[in-house]
Ligand binder design. Structure first.
Ligand SMILES: Nc1ncnc2c1ncn2[C@@H]1O[C@H](COP(=O)(O)OP(=O)(O)O)[C@@H](O)[C@H]1O
Ligand SMILES: [Mg+2]
Length: 240
């Protein structure tokens, strides 16, 4: 059944060596295929290579060897413009540290990717308003992001990551800085929005509650995939 599904991300024999003295090999011969609409968690101890893997999948960094395909396209054959386009149009990111623009208010943070893309203001507003409504931040739309809680910041980041309608959402420890109530809210919003829209989601996480709600769990150890498990009876949706 899985083979009938469309592949959205693929890695073939991917190695990543960080230059330095001495150099450090963070990933070893990774083969991985990710299908449209899958909800996946990548788990493993600190330093095992999870962020490295996610950054390569998101075209934020390049492998030392091996091939990565986003959609059907081979990343190593893309020029810088094509790479930037793929990142912007296909992939949404959520980071542990939120990475919001501190000089912009909530609305403008969510709107920013559309501004960069050149979408006219009249078209931007309804899209941003709708996402802010879904993540429960309509009343905070004019607040500066320095004046809202961690959970609210991450909800802004989730809305921003989806404003361009990406096909894939990559979230690196999205609840790492949040209390359990805010974590549940953020995860629920991500799952709800992405399931509705058929977006493939990859969570890098230490949080067993996230892993329990994903249908596929990939465990990384010392730069290698140690296990890759599909669980049938994942309770998805509400964590509470
Ligand atoms: N830019 C870098 N230069 C050198 N080593 C790095 C760099 N980034 C990560 N590493 C090393 O690669 C390994 C994997 O890192 P990372 O992917 O961040 O792990 P994780 O996200 O699982 O904690 C770690 O040993 C880390 O120290
Ligand atoms: Mg990491």
């Amino acid at each position: 059944m899985r083979s009938a599904q469309k592949t959205v991300l693929k890695m073939e024999k991917v190695n990543k060596i960080y230059e330095g003295d001495p150099p450090f090999q963070a990933l070893f011969d990774i083969n991985l295929e990710i299908h449209e609409g899958e909800i996946i968690s990548i788990i493993g101890p600190s330093g095992s290579g999870k962020s490295t893997l996610l950054h390569l999948l998101g075209c934020l960094d390049k492998p030392t060897s091996g091939e990565i395909y986003v959609g059907g396209s081979q990343v190593s054959k893309m020029n810088d413009d094509q790479l930037a386009f793929t990142r912007r149009e296909t992939i949404g990111f959520v980071f542990q540290a939120f990475n919001l623009a501190p000089t912009l208010n909530v609305f403008k943070n969510v709107e920013l990717p559309l501004v960069i893309k050149g979408v006219p203001p009249a078209e931007r507003k309804p899209v941003v308003d709708r996402l802010l409504e879904v993540v429960g931040l309509t009343d905070k739309r004019a607040s500066m992001t320095t004046k809202i809680s961690g959970g609210q910041k991450q909800r802004v980041a989730v809305a921003r990551s989806l404003v361009n309608n990406p096909k894939i959402l990559l979230a690196d420890e999205p609840t790492g800085n949040l209390d359990s109530k805010s974590s549940d809210d953020v995860i629920n919003f991500i799952l709800k929005l992405c399931q509705e829209r058929g977006i493939t989601v990859i969570f890098v996480t230490h949080d067993p509650r996230i892993a329990a709600h994903t249908e596929r769990q990939i465990r990384i150890m010392d730069g290698k995939i140690e296990s890759d498990i599909y669980s049938r009876n994942t309770k998805r949706r509400d964590l509470r």
